[in-house]
Design a protein around this ligand. Sequence first.
Ligand code: GLN
Length: 190
Amino acid sequence: MKVGILALQGAFIEHANTLINLGVEPILIRNSEDLKNIDGLILPGGESTAIGKLLIDLHLLSPIKNLIEQGLPVFGTCAGMILLAKNLSNDSREHLGTMDITVKRNAYGRQNDSFSTREGFKNIDSKVEMVFIRAPYIESVGPNVEVLAKVDSNIVAAREKNMLVTSFHPELTSDLNVHKYFLDIIKEVR
Ligand code: GLN
């Protein structure tokens, strides 16, 4: 199995290391040629405005949007979740806009308000360590979206068909379970 990781800006190396720990070959994606022959795609955290601009400049936005609409499994963490959202409640931008969720950017405040916690996650037996860095959360979901995790009353993980998103950064912890869950989605969808 080959899993692509968008490698324009942000925490892509950490995702690559997590995949290697799971015995999966990571493919760093920097142009549309790199998108050939991948079974899934990770959109990392970082700065969504910067990544969104680079997606346009490098002619990656439409090819990635098309692949997701054709069913390519995709996992967006933090900024990656913002890229996938159809609606942003506090920003007029839309990037890939494939997932029926409304996301609030920087919902937990500034960089100083970053934190970590352990919470339950649907379909994962143990509690998951969740690291939030200037994180967004999901304010509302469409009818086909399954909520997977909440912190307090806010939605921090969800799935719609081939799309998985988390507000937090599982790649910054030693807990491999959320990535394993994504690999299961790839096996199920492909
Ligand atoms: N605050 C960032 C944004 O709006 C996301 C932060 C992150 O990915 N850790 O794009």
